[in-house]
Structures are given as C-alpha cells and as structure tokens.
Design a binder for this molecule. Structure first.
Ligand code: SF4
Length: 344
C-alpha cells in the first residue's frame, strides 16, 4: 500500500481571533488553539494551520452487504467496501461504535492507505461500491472527496453513511461524487439532539432538503428508536409528516432497534412492538417504503410494491432471497419502484 503522511493540511477553515483557527466543516464551528484538536479529535491546529489526521488513515476495512448500511433501494444484494476512521463530530450518548468514534487517530490502530489503494481494494474484491461509514465521514471529508472522485472514474459508486451534520459549503464539495447516502435522522426533537447528541436537528433537516432538492443522490433515512426518548407515536407522526412534505413519499425510512451501549446502558433494548408500531404509523401517514432493522421481522425487512403490494424483494436479515424488480419496475403491475436497482 502506498504511504500517506501522518497528517495533511485540511480544507474548510479560516483564521480566527487570538491565533485560533475556526473549522468550518461542520456546524459545531470549533475554534481551535495551537496544538489543540476540535471536538471530532482528528482535525488539529498545528503551526497555525488546520490539519486532518484522518486522511489516509482508516481503522480497517470490511466487505459488508449493502443492506447493512442500511440501503434497501440501492444495488440490493450487492456488497460494499466499508471503512471509517477515528473520531466523530457528534457526541451521541448511545453511540454503538464508540471504540472508534471516541478515539484519536493515535489511540487506535489506524492503517496507512492512499485513495488510489482504497479504489484498488474495491476493484480487486469485485465490489461495486465504497461506503464511508462506521464513524461520521463528514470529519474525513477530504479523504472522501479524493476517493469518491477516483471511484467514479473507475466505475464504482460511493455511499455516505452519516448524521448529515455538515456545513453547507463543505457538503457541496464532499458530495460531488457521491451516489447514495443514508442519513441518520436521530430523532425529531431539538431536545433529543441537544441533550443526547450535542448537535442540532435543523442542520440535519437542512442537509436532507439539500440532498433532495439540489443533488441526484439517492437517499434513505435511518432512525434508531430509543425507548422513552424518541419513540412516541406523536414524534414518529411529526417526523413522517416532515419527510412527506419535504422529501416525498418514496424516501425509504428504516427504524432500527437500540441496544444499551456507551453512556446509555440504563435503557432497555427497543421492543419489537415499538418498531412495528412506528412502521404502521409511517405507512399510514403515506410513506411507501418503511423497514425495520436490528430485529427479525418478516414484513419489516421486505420491499413491497406500493401499488399492488406484491413482495418484490424478500430479505432475511441482511441477505436478499429474491429480487423481483425488473428494470426498476414491479414485475407484477409494472409500476416504477424508486431506487437504483440492478437485476440479480
Ligand atoms: S469537523 Fe470537527 S473540528 Fe471541525 S467544526 Fe466539526 S467537530 Fe469541530
């Protein structure tokens, strides 16, 4: 593997007052003093310049089913090369990946992998796409930008799995060569975002509207339902109404089950009945595709035709048993099924 320096000069920053640097990559807008790091740990002020220690230093690679991202309407049944780095720009108390997200690049075993090598790994393993995932890829945006550009040239797709907490100028750069995104809409109240993630709901909604209105990127949404925090029928209803009004009825919505982790070990895992209730609300509100994750639920895993209700993709956990979408249409009634489909 070709070598990458320990850090490179970052994009998206400006000089601030008293020798500090203002990072303009995400809405946290950290002001960072000499030799200090921002909230996400991997962006640091060295010698009056902002550098990123994430570029070229993933924590490892995996080849996952694309359904694990989760994406159910983007190349179903294929695999995807997946990686992340140390650090994160959110502070979720329920983080299910905290050994990475709460680590600095030096604290965790990080590799040394150039963008060219990432693309080569995907090609060598014959996977059609690359996922920037595990921690939040916003914070290693320079690396995403370079890899996704090369990936597109090589005929590979790129997928962001992210909380969508990103500044509007930076996102225009980072998403230029992205094909699909799963946005973690963590809840639909500012109380939840502020108290449990140290971020803000409106910035995430703004990213979702931008993706829908100003890009061709395929989007799906995931909400981890946490008992008594974001699972009330009213909150689910409000969220679905917002999605319908702003993103339309065809955006797939995934409700996934929480398990106690990190700083939220006092809560019970999400009951299956809560997830099923949320899915019923979403479908009743008018969303056409709603899925359940981290649980076994036959109906909640499959894709049904929104017109004739034929089961078009049957899944078992992350594997696809059959796919009856032909050229992007229901094989029974011929209606368009939204997404980017292959025929297996
Ligand atoms: S990307 Fe990191 S350093 Fe920059 S504003 Fe966000 S949390 Fe702070």
């Amino acid at each position: 593997m070709s070598s990458v320096p320990k850090y490179i000069t970052a994009k998206w920053w400006e000089i601030s007052d008293r020798g500090k640097i203002l990072c303009t990559l995400c809405p946290r807008y950290c002001k960072i003093g000499e030799n200090q790091s921002g909230f996400c740990y991997i962006r640091k002020n060295i010698g009056g310049k902002l550098v990123t220690t994430g570029y070229g230093h993933p924590t490892g690679f995996a080849i996952d089913p694309i359904e694990k991202k989760p994406l159910n309407h983007f190349l179903p049944g294929t695999t995807i090369l997946s990686f992340g780095t140390a650090g994160c720009n959110l502070g979720c108390r329920f983080c299910q990946n905290w050994s990475m997200s709460k680590a600095r690049t030096d604290d965790i075993r990080s590799l040394n992998v150039s963008p060219e090598t990432v693309v080569k790994i995907a090609l060598d393993h014959n996977v059609p796409s690359i996922a920037y995932t595990y921690n939040d890829p916003t914070i290693f945006g320079e690396y995403v930008e370079d890899i996704s550009k090369l990936a597109r040239q090589a005929g590979l797709k790129s997928v962001m799995v992210t909380a969508g907490y990103i500044d509007k100028n930076a996102r225009a750069d980072i998403y230029q060569n992205i094909d699909a995104a799963n946005i973690d809409l963590k809840a639909f109240t500012e109380r939840f975002y502020y108290k449990l993630t140290f971020a803000h709901l409106n910035n995430v909604l703004d990213t979702l509207k931008w993706l829908k209105n100003e890009t061709d990127i395929w989007i799906e949404i995931t909400t981890l339902l946490i008992p008594d925090e974001n699972d009330s029928p009213d909150e689910i209803k409000n969220m679905c109404e917002w999605i319908l009004q702003n993103l339309g009825e065809f955006v797939p919505l995934h409700f996934t089950a929480f398990h106690p982790d990190f700083k939220m070990i006092d809560k019970s895992p999400t009951p299956l009945s809560t997830l099923q209730r949320a899915r019923s609300i979403a479908l009743k509100q008018g969303l056409k595709y709603c899925y359940l994750g981290n649980v076994h639920d036959h109906e909640g895993q499959n894709t049904y035709c929104p017109q004739c209700n034929t089961c078009l993709i049957e899944r078992d956990w992350h594997s696809v048993r059959f796919n009856h979408i032909i050229n992007g249409k229901c094989k029974n009634c011929g209606v368009d099924i939204r997404g980017i489909f292959n025929n297996l």
